[in-house]
Design a protein around this ligand. Structure first.
Ligand SMILES: [Zn+2]
Length: 242
């Protein structure tokens, strides 16, 4: 049984491993919610410093570029909440207690109704940061909601009501995104430093490369949309027992 379209939450927090991950997984859904009054916040776990195939890249510069791209992307989505960069080293994200407590503190501070993140149980996905960011979101919920975690903090416990895992191993929830695919694409295309490595857009072939990339994203949205019978959608594993 696949559920569809929850009422727009008042607050949502999306947790991604790298700049651009959230847009790939849930960009259209977040744009839709933001347009309907949801205060969306983004938390990016790593500094994105390995997001280049060019060995001569200055990684400090790359990190700064990726942050500014993420801010532009958030604007494209209509994000009005916080944009938080935890700045853990790209490729070295751990789902440890220290990292969990940091994520849990942000959940307590921002009090999201819906939390969104990577599916840590997605099979055959290689990047360890994606698994660990998803695991941190889950562990962060447990630590945020239970009073005997973060005992040296003055922040009150907070229990989100929903967890949406994007790019899910098992999809059991769809958010229809008709009319929001352009915002998702605009947000994704804000990550210009990722054109080659993530989006397959090569120098000198930008026009065709961009067309192919847009087609790829539209096909993904249509594939989930087909599960609703028509239109476009993003798919999630929805967990409500938090
Ligand atoms: Zn990523």
């Amino acid at each position: 049984m696949i559920s569809q379209n929850i009422p727009t939450p008042a607050k949502a927090l999306a947790i991604g491993a790298h700049p651009d991950d959230i847009e790939f997984g849930a960009g259209a859904t977040l744009a839709k919610w933001a347009a309907n009054g949801c205060e969306v916040s983004l938390l990016i776990c790593t500094d994105g410093s390995k997001g280049s195939w060019d060995p001569s890249t200055n990684t400090n510069e790359l990190t700064a570029i990726r942050k500014s791209e993420q801010r532009v992307a958030a604007e494209e989505l209509g994000v009005l909440g916080e944009i938080i960069f935890l700045d853990y080293i790209d490729g070295e994200l751990h789902a440890g207690v220290k990292e969990r407590d940091t994520v849990a503190s942000w959940i307590r501070k921002l009090k999201p109704e819906v939390l969104l993140s990577h599916d840590p149980w997605k099979r055959y996905r290689l990047h360890p940061d994606h698994h660990n960011a998803g695991q941190l979101a889950i562990n962060g919920i447990v630590a945020a909601r239970d009073p005997f975690f973060l005992t040296d903090s003055s922040l009150y416990p907070h229990r989100p009501s929903e967890l949406f895992l994007f790019e899910p191993e098992e999809c059991d929830h769809l958010e229809t995104t008709d009319g929001y695919e352009k915002k998702k694409l605009n947000a994704l295309e804000s990550h210009k430093s990722q054109y080659l490595s993530t989006m397959g857009i090569t120098e000198g072939n930008e026009t065709k490369g961009l067309e192919d990339f847009r087609e790829r994203i539209r096909k993904e949205l249509i594939a989930f949309g087909d599960l609703t019978g028509k239109g476009m959608a993003e798919g999630f594993k929805r967990i409500t027992e938090l």
